[in-house]
Design a protein. Structure first.
Lengths: 164, 340
């Protein structure tokens, strides 16, 4: 194993879990999350020697995941169905509160770009401008996606009071 | 529930999801695959989009709605052409012109099932056994073939993908970018962004994301775009500019706005200002070399077959150049002859 490969292996071992969690939030599916992360890490591995700021490698992988998702949602035959979700049993295998689970199930039903917008804005704490850059869309599109995402969640769970 | 609760929910879900152990063998296979694809893209490219310069213009910063040139894509042997406004096919074997097909505005490209065309009323269809089967609903402004899918800009200005091979899918998806579809192929789509506040100009969409394409500051008009083999060729009022689809500028040459990028992106054929000669340009090195010599006539259009043969429309004759050098006339028609 070369020094570069060793370096990347250490990065992957250290960051696999948090990056997988991000991938899961982006995809809403454990299998898709693993596929997405493996693919993004493979791209990162190939370009590892050219990534100067290794401290920002997390962001690089995350961007690779978002870009791959963007490639999927622009292709009709890879569009993710949102009306029916696979049955994953009680709690989807997640040990979270019932109200949080209900909200998460609705978030999973959002179109992938809307879900990605929420994840980047409210989990990764990116600004609207940074989110737009990550998604490759305009700031106006980020605002619109966020607005419509919250509107959908409100409509699906009328007891919630989500404020924009 | 507030946004704080939304954040808390996402954080809780993130914390609760069980994390699998990385599959080292699967990861190695992916790395190998990525390396192989990158090498293939550098050496040859796998796309077959063939764009031919057209007369329509797009003014950067303007909001013109002119129909843009559409890219024809040919099979290995037969060449679809437009003769007198109707689709015809020229046999690659003997140059025989096939029967008169339906009236078309432009040829999008050839698929195993038939030739995809745009009609004057904006119908995007595929000609099968002489009949036109609509492949997407509504009116279409611009379309390109991209592997098993067609990439098109609908009448509302949305850019959509729809699978058409082996069968036409019943639905498609859209990207919300406000822009004009300029070219597509090889999993790359080039869009002219004219309606957003934060960016104006060309961007390339590929699997790695969205990449702004930087044009020379003196460029005011883009007359056409080709994309193939990871190379974007932008014809402008200043000449032709070659850019990697990832956004890296390669070379820039003054010249006429009539040319076409080869299916693998390795060569760009440009018609000389005189209209009598073709120059072949290496997009990466920017080095021009003489193209095939023709005895007479004016070259009106230039294009490529999917397997890399150069096509020339010289007056009303279609010429085919095997290996860009051994040229022979295939067919001469009565009436206007177009490759797209």
């Amino acid at each position: 194993m070369t020094e570069t490969e060793l370096d990347f292996s250490e990065f992957m071992a250290a960051r696999w879990a948090p990056l997988y969690r991000t991938a899961y939030l982006l995809t809403g599916d454990q299998h898709d999350a693993e596929e997405l992360l493996q693919s993004a890490l493979a791209r990162t591995c190939v370009k590892w020697s050219s990534i100067r700021a290794k401290g920002a490698a997390d962001a690089y992988v995350r961007r690779a995941m978002v870009h791959q998702l963007a490639g999927r949602w622009r292709r009709p035959f890879r569009e993710l169905a949102t009306s029916e979700l696979p049955d994953r049993g009680h709690g989807g295998g997640l040990d979270v509160r019932a109200d949080q689970l209900a909200l998460w199930e609705e978030i999973r039903r959002l179109p992938p770009r809307m879900r990605a917008t929420l994840v980047l804005r409210y989990v990764e704490d990116l600004t609207e401008e940074a989110t737009a850059r990550e998604l490759g869309v305009s700031v106006g599109s980020v605002k619109s996606q966020t607005h419509h995402a919250l509107k959908r969640l409100r409509a699906a769970l009328p007891d919630l009071e989500l404020q924009p | 529930m507030s946004l704080t609760q939304l954040r808390d929910t996402l954080a809780s879900v993130s914390d609760a999801v069980p994390v699998p152990v990385p599959d080292a063998a699967a990861f190695e296979r992916r790395v190998t695959g990525v390396r192989r694809r990158r090498a293939t893209a550098r050496v040859a490219g796998a796309v077959a989009a063939v764009a031919v310069a057209g007369g329509s213009l797009l003014t950067l910063g303007g909001a013109g709605q002119q129909r843009l040139p559409v890219a024809p894509k040919t099979t290995a042997s037969d060449v679809p052409v437009v003769v007198g406004g109707h689709l015809r096919t020229v046999s690659g074997d003997d140059g025989v012109l096939g029967p008169v097909g339906p009236a078309v505005a432009s040829i999008v490209g050839a698929t195993p099932q038939g030739v995809v065309v745009l009609t004057e009323d904006g119908t995007l269809g595929r000609v099968v056994d002489g009949d036109l089967d609509q492949v997407v609903p509504g009116r279409v402004r611009t379309a390109f073939l991209d592997g098993v899918a067609v990439v098109y800009e609908d009448d509302a200005g949305q850019i959509r993908w729809r699978q058409i091979e082996p069968t036409v899918a019943t639905s498609d998806s859209a990207q919300t970018e406000q822009g004009r579809l300029m070219a597509a192929g090889g999993d790359v789509a080039v869009v002219a962004v004219v309606a957003t506040d934060d960016h104006r100009g060309l961007v390339a969409h590929d699997a790695d994301g969205v990449h702004p394409l930087s044009l020379s500051t003196t460029v005011t008009v883009v007359t056409g775009v080709d994309v193939a083999g990871g190379i974007v060729a932008v014809r402008t009022d200043q000449g032709v500019q070659f850019i990697e689809s990832g956004g890296t500028n390669l070379t820039e040459l003054p010249g006429r706005a009539v040319g076409s990028l080869a299916p693998d992106g390795g060569l760009y054929a440009e018609v000389a200002r005189s209209g009598h000669d073709v120059t072949l340009i290496d997009p990466r090195a920017g080095v021009p070399s003489p193209g095939p010599e023709l005895s007479s006539g004016t070259i009106r259009q230039v294009g490529w077959t999917a397997d890399g043969d150069l096509l020339l429309v010289v007056d009303n004759t279609l010429w085919r150049c095997v290996g860009v050098s051994q040229c022979r006339p295939q067919v001469t028609v009565t009436g206007a002859l177009r490759l797209h």
